[in-house]
Design a protein around this ligand. Sequence first.
Ligand code: FE2
Ligand code: FE2
Length: 175
Amino acid sequence: MHKKESGAIMRTFYPDYEFNNLIAPIVCNEEYQKTKKITHHGMTRYDHMVRVAYYSYKITKFCHLNYKATTRGAVLHDFFLEDYSDKKAKILVNHPKIALANSLKYFELNDLEQDIIKTHMFPCGKTLPRYLESWIVNIVDDFACFFERSYVIKESMSVGFSMIVLLFLVFVKRW
Ligand SMILES: [Fe+2]
Ligand SMILES: [Fe+2]
């Protein structure tokens, strides 16, 4: 079961008409929708990719870069259906290639969009980003990963803490 996201920080809906229009042709794809069922950093891969796309969109638009291609590349950067937990180390390095091959099966991508997907794991994946936009998605992805993992740990800790309090109350009541 996936963590339910809530609040402004962990939002899954982004109130930006242009952003939603840019990602719609991709996220509505039937194959892409399957990423909603895959756990990634303790939440869904779908939410992770859309989050990375949104913040990459905001930054590249603000900097007058190619934000349209950046958004498309970013929303596809982890588009693969294998589970991370299966072959962890191998998939950590290889998944940009898998995501790119998978994306090209369903979408036409320009050079920048392909570079964003291919290089988003640099330096773990050994391909160096060729565009400034690719560097931006690479960094946003790292921040998103850190943020999502911290959120999940914090949530698990609060569940753990609640369990301890509950057990303590049961214990005290029995005595
Ligand atoms: Fe990735
Ligand atoms: Fe990612």
